[in-house]
Design a protein around this ligand. Structure first.
Ligand code: DGY
Length: 323
């Protein structure tokens, strides 16, 4: 039987690459360089399936070819705002993602950022490495307490709910949640969170704000200068969702002028480039998009893509179809 032709756009964990090669005729990206728009276009023309990830912008230009052979874009990742889903739909190309398997690790990292920014761990670590620590003293690098404070969550999907559980049951925090669609009573009971009816109501109440909504046009600059202005001067923002959800220049100004106390960021507009104004803020903890970066989760994400592909090519509906 002829195996479907598949292009994998980046290096994946070895165990998943080996499993993929058993079922498909796979072109791997051995040197792990991000593909250009032309290379992505060639993949769409030449392969039955393309397996992109967040670094691949699959827009209508990439898809606008008279002979797309690709019938499925099986994304490695839960977020898919880098794929023009409408353009894919118009060409009858199926799109899938990898939900569930990364929720716990992404939530762990959001909590880690909250703790790091609150306790100024980035500054302490840098001081020790620079051999600049003069020793213990009562006023050295004082941060703010996390336990018992109020956490606001925007986007109460799987990751948002995992963050809520950690905050509520791990740190005894009060958790306030905003979601575009109403939050089910069971989700509130399971996480100990309280629902808030608007973002503007939420912001003035929180000591920490963690973002877990999708990226893309619908949420671009959801947190802008006006909304940053609604936060307490002592509050910190955590973003593990997508860079475009926050107006980064407005955030840099808020951090610089200390109209908010700090930020913990794992995602950025225009990754891997970072806005210089943001990089200059000492009260920001900046990580290189590590939310799901554990061996267990990256393997689980890869195997979830494999499952979606196998379902698709064996005539079953893939479980994670988003278009
Ligand atoms: C995700 O799964 O969306 C991660 O951010 C990696 O893209």
């Amino acid at each position: 039987m002829i195996k479907p032709k598949v292009v994998v756009t980046r290096r994946w964990p070895a165990a998943v690459e080996a499993a993929l090669a058993e079922s498909f005729d796979v072109t791997f990206n051995r040197d792990d360089r991000a593909l250009t728009a032309e290379e992505l276009k060639d993949a769409v023309v030449g392969a039955d399936a393309v397996l992109p990830t967040v670094t691949d912008r699959i827009d209508s230009r990439v898809l606008e070819t008279s002979r797309p052979r690709t019938r499925i874009l099986a994304n490695f990742g839960v977020g898919f705002s880098h794929i023009d889903v409408e353009a894919a739909r118009e060409r009858s190309i199926t799109v899938t993602n990898t939900p569930d398997v990364l929720s716990e690790c992404t939530a762990d990292l959001a909590v880690m950022l909250m703790l790091m920014v609150a306790r100024r761990a980035n500054l302490g670590e840098r001081e020790v490495r620079a051999d600049a620590w003069s020793g213990w003293r009562p006023t050295h690098l004082l941060g703010s307490k996390v336990s018992g404070k109020t956490l606001g969550i925007i986007g109460f999907g799987r990751i948002g709910r995992e963050v809520a559980k950690r905050a509520r049951f791990g740190f005894g925090m009060r958790v306030l949640a905003y979601n575009r669609s109403p939050i089910a009573a069971e989700a509130l009971a399971e996480t100990g969170a309280e629902s808030v009816s608007s973002i503007d109501d939420l912001l003035p109440q929180v000591d920490f704000l963690s973002l877990h909504c999708p990226g893309g046009a619908e949420n671009r600059n959801l947190i802008d200068a006006r909304r940053l202005g609604l936060m307490k001067p002592s509050a910190c923002l955590v973003n593990t969702a997508r860079g475009e959800v926050v107006d980064e220049f407005a955030l840099a100004q808020a951090l610089w002028f200390e109209t908010i106390a700090g930020a913990g960021l794992d995602v950025f507009c225009g990754e891997p480039k970072i806005l210089p104004e943001l990089r200059a803020c000492e009260n920001a903890v900046l990580l290189p998009h590590l939310g799901s970066a554990t061996v267990e989760t990256r393997e689980a994400m890869g195997f979830r893509v494999l499952e979606n592909l196998q379902d698709f090519f064996e005539g079953r509906p893939p479980r994670d179809r988003v278009a």
